[in-house]
Design a protein around this ligand. Structure first.
Ligand code: CTP
Ligand code: MG
Length: 234
């Protein structure tokens, strides 16, 4: 049984407000996409890594890391889940339904090798698909459209979902297809799996595994990426 990865990198980065998609912005001399890809390439357990791109992507050919023979390219779609499905469709031609697949955002450049390893070991040992996540540490409010508080959520039991998210290739594709047919918006793979009735395991990851969404996140990612390796632990 093999293990592969899909990196959705076909977004436009609207909230970042830059002239090019955020996966092509640079931190410390490398693009976010390369930073996100590097720990996956360094992981011996991973076989193929599919990078999902906008069909007319003009930036990708300039990136040396993408020329690694384990890296394949697929075309993305209008929603993140469409892009993931594009990557899974490519894998399905060369992999088995029972193989594991890790989906990792191109916009998460600070994934630590230890966190990736913990996810892999936990999921392979238990056989239950799962994702990196962090317990919520803030008090979380619910509010109405005027921003008036309607309640405070019980914090214990709340987690922030990260990527990678790791599931069986065949089950994930079926679950995402089902969500698409039912026109349900799924914002991550785990949501599609939950809705299809599968158990989903949370595996604690570092809070430094941030998703770069708005310009301030870029500074934080740069700070985390510039730390010495020894400091990059949970
Ligand atoms: N993504 C994708 N295909 C899409 C939308 C998103 O492959 N149609 C990817 C992004 O490139 C990113 C990841 O999914 O690596 C997480 O999505 P998000 O942070 O929302 O990125 P964008 O959609 O690019 O940003 P925004 O929502 O601000 O436009
Ligand atoms: Mg988006």
């Amino acid at each position: 049984m093999a293990c592969h990865a899909v990196i959705p990198a076909a977004g436009i980065g609207q909230r970042m407000g830059e002239t090019k998609p955020k996966q092509y912005l640079s931190i410390l001399g490398c693009t976010l996409l390369e930073h996100s890809l590097r720990p996956l390439l360094a992981c011996p357990a991973l076989d193929k890594i599919v990078v999902v791109l906008q069909p007319d992507d003009p930036h990708v050919d300039a990136l040396p890391l993408l020329r690694d023979e384990r890296v394949l390219r697929a075309a993305g779609g209008s929603e993140r889940s469409d892009s993931v499905l594009g990557g899974l469709a490519l894998l399905q031609g060369i992999a088995s339904d029972d193989d594991w697949v890790l989906v990792h955002d191109a916009a998460r450049p600070c994934l630590a090798a230890q966190d990736l390893e913990r996810l892999l070991v936990t999921v392979v040992d238990s056989g239950v698909g799962g994702l990196l996540a962090e317990p919520v540490r803030d008090t979380v409010k619910r509010a109405d459209e005027r921003a008036l508080v309607t309640g405070t959520l019980e914090r214990s039991g709340l987690w922030r979902a990260q990527t990678p998210q790791m599931f069986r290739l065949g089950q994930l594709r079926t679950a995402l297809d089902k969500a698409r047919q039912e026109r349900t918006t799924v914002t991550d793979e785990a949501m599609a799996m939950e809705q299809a009735g599968y158990p989903v395991q949370l595996v604690e990851g570092s809070p430094t595994n941030i998703k770069v969404t708005v310009p301030d996140d870029l500074l934080l990612a740069q700070f985390y990426l510039s730390r010495p390796l020894a400091e990059k632990t949970l």
